[in-house]
Each structure stands twice: as structure tokens, then as C-alpha cells.
Write a protein that binds this ligand. Structure first.
Ligand code: TYM
Length: 407
């Protein structure tokens, strides 16, 4: 085992590089800290977001930035106010450009490895707010190639089924069809390939190894993939025929892609893409983010009401083992997924403050919070399910080539 280090942006990153073959090795090589891991393929442990800002070399969202957004849009989204979106790169720059009349594009995406859960919806709901408030265009990439290459167990046919299912969820969010283009990598690679090879030519294998943990025995599709996820950062400049800023809303797990993209952007004549990073929605179990690879810990958009209720009732909480102890010692809201789902999506700021103090003061039992969540999450998912049905007739309005995905 030896150690490689590279300088990326204002941050030094060093990783142990080992000569093994599996995705698990890549995850382990990218351990960001002794007790938590954040990579594009795995998030585990209790993530310390302040430490991540330092490790990844990003910047905390400040009150000044929030004020600026408020001045431009007239409101601040609750997920920004409560710092669910907590970190950024060049967001201040992109807002300045916008105020000068240089409009940005939004770019976000999905790797279709399974069904859509609450965690995936978070960046997309926020992206819709940005699209509406800033009146900007959106590129939405579906990296079906990534999910094929990085998952030993998934064939293209299965991934294709998830691609179609996931597109219904994306449309159900309500993005403006006139301002949104979905790119499915295996179907629309012609839009990305010229950019991808320009990017690929500027990134050495040594950099890719240091950032993503590739090894000699990684399959070469994996090694070649990152420029495909970088390419949409520059596509708006080709579409608009002028340098066009791009803002990427996503959870912070995707950051390694943006680090390598930013490193090469100016070398090939484009603006560095800006990012706004979110935290993760925890899973229903007691550790890790909500993930479709652990379906029992996730609330899916297609879950029926009974299933949602059952999952919430079985959820881990920050509660004490008995009612008497809960009344005496209070619960631990900080580690409770039920508290966080309510905080991020359903409670007002005041309700959440009250819930926190009642829980930690022993005046609220876990059953009551679970009941509140069940009451909110059932109609929330039902609404998405109705919109998914309607989305079936709208797919071609969103695709970059204007064609249905099956054709
Ligand atoms: P994927 O499919 O893993 O995730 C899709 C989006 O959801 C975010 N996310 C979460 N956010 C909060 N809590 C969670 N538990 C949670 N799980 C996932 C991810 O950060 C992501 O924003 N390679 C990408 C696809 C992609 C992409 C992009 C994503 C291509 N281009 C541009 C963001 C921006 C992927 O597999 O995402």
C-alpha cells in the first residue's frame, strides 16, 4: 500500500491507493475520516459537515449569500435557511453574474440504480425552486452508464427499467418542460461525447486514481466515466454559443466530480462550474444516508400508504428504551431520522424548534413524532404518485432529443 496526494483547488487531498478490484476498495480508499465516509458511491457513519467543508475545500453558506438570494428572488427557501444546503463553491460569483445579466444554467442528475426515495427528492425540489425563482434552464443527466459500470450485479436491461421509472419522478417534480432537458447517457451520448473527450484529455490517470481511488484492476469503463459526468457542466456554453455559468445543486457526495471538472475548466476555455451542496437525509436505520441499496431504510415515492406507515413505525429514533426514561431523560433529536424528515420537509421553523425542545425535555414520545410524520408523508407521496401517472404522457417534452425514451 502506498499513499498518493494531489492538490485540488485550495485543498490537499491524500488517499491510500491499494491494488484491489472492487467498489468496496474504492469506498475504503476514500475514507474522509475515521468515523465517517463520503464518496459518490458510499456515505456511512455520522457525517461531520464542518469537517467535510475543510476536507473538500468548499465554503460554508453565509448569511450574506442568503441575503443576496433574498434580494434577487424575494424569498429564501427553507432548505437554505436551515442550512440543509450548507456549502458551496462560487455561488457568490454566480449570483453576481446573474445580477449583471449573465444567466446561469442549473445542472443536476441521477444514477438510475433503483427507485427514487425521499433523499433524491431533496436536491430536485430545491432545483425546482431555483429554476422557478431565477427563471433559468436545467440540464438533468441520467448516468445509466455509471450505474452499469460501477455495479457488478446490475445488467443494462434492469438499469433501463429504473431509468424510465426515475424519469417519471423527475417530471413529477414539475420542472418547466420548456426550460428542462434530460440527457440519458446511453441514449444521448452524442450531445456529451465531444466535450467528454476534451475533458478526458486533460485528466491524468494519476489524478483519477487520487480522486476516485481507481486501481490497476478497476474496469476501464469506470476509469473513463468521470468526464461523462463533467461534460454537462460545459454543454450550456455550446447550446448558448457563449460562455455560460453553471450551478450544480446536489448532495456533497458528488463533489469529487466537480473538483476534477473545476481543475480543468479554464484550461479548455469554460467557466468553472459552481456548486451548492446539501447534507444527506438519514436512513430509517441508525446510521448512514437513505439509500436505494438499503431499501428497508428508505421511503420510496412509489411506496403505498401501508408500507410508508409500517416503515415509519419501525424506524430507529433518538428515543429512550422506555416511556419512563424518555419522560425523565428526554430523547436525542439530533440522531433521530423522524425528527429530521419532519424538520427538512414538513415542520415550520417554529414547529421544529418546539418539537426539538419537547423531545429533548421529555415531553414528547417517539410514537407522537412518528404519527405526525405518517400524517404528512402519506399525502406527500400520494401527490407524487398522481403526478408520476400524468408524467407518462410528457416524457418526450423533457428529453434533449424530443423523443420518447423507448424509441
Ligand atoms: P444519485 O442517483 O446517487 O443521487 C441523485 C441525487 O440525490 C442525492 N442524494 C441524496 N441527497 C440527500 N440525501 C440522500 N440520502 C441522498 N442520496 C442521494 C445525490 O447527491 C444526487 O444529487 N452520479 C450521480 C448522478 C449525476 C448527478 C449529476 C448528480 C450525474 N450528474 C449532477 C448530481 C448532479 C448519482 O449517481 O446520483
Amino acid at each position: 500500500m502506498h499513499s498518493l496526494s494531489m492538490s485540488s483547488e485550495n485543498n490537499n487531498i491524500s488517499f491510500d491507493i491499494r491494488d484491489h478490484n472492487t467498489r468496496m476498495d474504492i469506498k475504503n480508499q476514500n475514507k474522509t475520516d475515521n468515523d465517517f465516509t463520503v464518496t459518490p458511491w458510499e456515505v456511512d457513519g455520522n457525517v461531520d459537515y464542518n469537517k467535510l467543508i475543510n476536507k473538500f475545500g468548499t465554503f460554508a453558506i453565509t448569511n450574506e449569500i442568503i441575503e443576496k438570494i433574498k434580494n434577487i428572488t424575494g424569498e429564501v427557501h427553507p432548505l437554505l435557511k436551515n442550512r440543509y444546503f450548507f456549502s458551496h463553491r462560487d455561488l457568490d460569483w454566480i449570483l453576481n453574474e446573474y445580477q449583471k445579466g449573465n444567466k446561469f444554467y442549473l445542472y443536476t442528475g441521477r444514477g438510475p440504480s433503483g427507485l427514487i426515495h425521499l433523499g433524491h427528492l431533496m436536491p430536485w425540489l430545491f432545483t425546482k425552486y431555483l429554476q422557478d425563482r431565477f427563471d433559468v434552464k436545467l440540464i438533468f443527466q441520467i448516468t445509466d452508464d455509471e450505474k452499469f459500470l460501477f455495479n457488478d450485479g446490475k445488467d443494462l436491461e434492469t438499469i433501463n427499467k429504473f431509468t424510465i421509472e426515475n424519469i417519471l419522478d423527475i417530471i413529477a417534480i414539475g420542472f418547466d418542460p420548456n426550460k428542462t432537458k434530460i440527457i440519458v447517457d446511453t441514449k444521448h451520448i452524442n450531445y456529451l461525447y465531444p466535450l467528454a473527450i476534451e475533458i478526458a484529455k486533460k485528466i491524468t490517470f494519476s489524478t483519477a486514481k487520487a480522486v476516485f481511488g481507481f486501481s490497476n484492476s478497476s474496469n476501464i469503463g469506470m476509469i473513463g466515466f468521470p468526464p461523462i459526468q463533467s461534460a454537462p457542466c460545459f454543454l450550456p456554453s455550446l447550446i448558448e454559443k457563449k460562455s455560460t455559468p453553471v450551478l450544480i445543486p446536489a448532495a456533497i457526495d458528488q463533489d469529487p466530480y466537480w473538483r476534477i471538472t473545476r481543475d480543468i475548466a479554464e484550461k479548455i476555455g469554460y467557466y468553472k462550474p459552481a456548486q451548492i451542496h446539501s447534507k444527506f437525509i438519514p436512513g430509517l436505520a441508525n446510521s448512514g444516508k437513505m439509500s436505494s441499496s438499503k431499501p428497508e431504510t428508505a421511503l420510496f415515492t412509489i411506496d403505498d400508504p401501508e408500507n410508508l406507515e409500517k416503515k415509519v413505525q419501525n424506524s430507529f429514533t433518538g428515543g429512550q428504551p422506555t416511556v419512563a426514561l424518555q419522560r425523565k431523560l428526554g430523547g436525542n433529536a439530533d440522531i433521530c431520522p423522524v425528527y429530521w424528515y419532519l424538520n427538512y420537509l414538513f415542520d415550520s421553523e417554529d414547529q421544529s424548534i418546539e418539537r426539538y425542545s419537547n423531545c429533548t425535555g421529555g415531553n414528547l414520545l417517539c410514537g407522537e413524532c412518528k404519527g405526525d410524520l405518517i400524517k404528512k408523508v402519506k399525502p406527500f407521496m400520494n401527490n407524487i404518485q398522481l403526478k408520476r401517472e400524468k408524467a407518462k404522457d410528457k416524457v418526450k417534452d423533457y428529453m434533449i432529443d424530443g423523443k420518447d425514451i423507448d424509441n
